[in-house]
Ligand binder design. Structure first.
Ligand code: C5J
Length: 225
């Protein structure tokens, strides 16, 4: 089934069977006090705005039987997959691997690494554990998408200008059409969110489209279930 999705810079036609919802790093480590985001001095409450829209996007995608994929940024417990340059960067209050209120920062299996409960993956939904900012780097994401015949990604998550941007750029170079859902994304910096979205859709959609959950809902409403 194909629907016409209103987006910037132009509407696009998407085949639901060849489309997936990709939610990037909606983890406690980024959204809750005591995690990685907070250790960098950020006001993590800013990211909460994306939770409700992501829930709605999940509901819409699941209702239509679309593929839903979640990602989580984090590292092996021995940090052997964490580049020393990443661990050493900046002057955080706690570094990657240090113990904190949500367990060890950005380490797989720790409470902080989990996706926030409101957006918990359902059985059968792939969860991609990624060591980098981009979801294609050192993961099986591309294989999963190709094996499922996916051509279009509806993308939400955090943060807009870091892991969402990096992943969308990677996806675009691999030939996927990416529609970033503005209300499903958030940043610790309001201006980075706004400019990050504009960078995607500028120049005729230089590496994607920007839409939102209400426009997805409207597009789906034109297509009987
Ligand atoms: C960051 C991410 N901001 N998920 N990670 O370090 O955007």
């Amino acid at each position: 089934m194909t629907v016409l999705l209103t987006a910037d810079p132009a509407p696009l036609s998407i085949d639901l069977a060849a489309s997936a919802l990709l939610l990037i790093d909606m983890q406690r480590d980024f959204l809750e006090p005591g995690g990685f985001g907070a250790s960098l001095g950020n006001d993590v409450a800013r990211l909460r705005t994306a939770v409700g829209p992501c829930r709605e996007a999940l509901r819409l995608a699941r209702e239509r039987g679309m593929l839903v994929i979640h990602t989580r940024e984090g590292h092996r417990a021995d940090l052997s997959d964490a580049p020393p340059a990443k661990v050493a960067r900046g002057t955080p209050s706690r570094r990657i691997g240090d113990a904190g209120p949500l367990g060890r920062i950005l380490v797989r299996g720790e409470p902080g690494h989990e996706i926030v409960p409101e957006l918990a993956p359902e059985p059968g939904e792939p969860v991609i554990d990624k060591p980098g900012k981009g979801a294609f780097h050192a993961t099986e994401l591309d294989a999963i998408l190709r094996n499922r015949g996916i051509e279009v990604l509806l993308v939400g998550g955090v943060t807009t200008e870091v892991c969402v941007h990096t992943t969308v750029r990677e996806a675009n170079d691999r030939g996927y059409r990416c529609v970033v859902l503005a209300d499903c994304c958030a940043s610790y910096f309001a201006e980075f969110h706004d400019v990050g979205l504009r960078m995607i859709s500028a120049q005729g959609g230089i590496f994607g489209w920007v839409s939102d959950t209400s426009r997805v809902k409207a597009a789906l409403a034109t297509c009987p279930r």
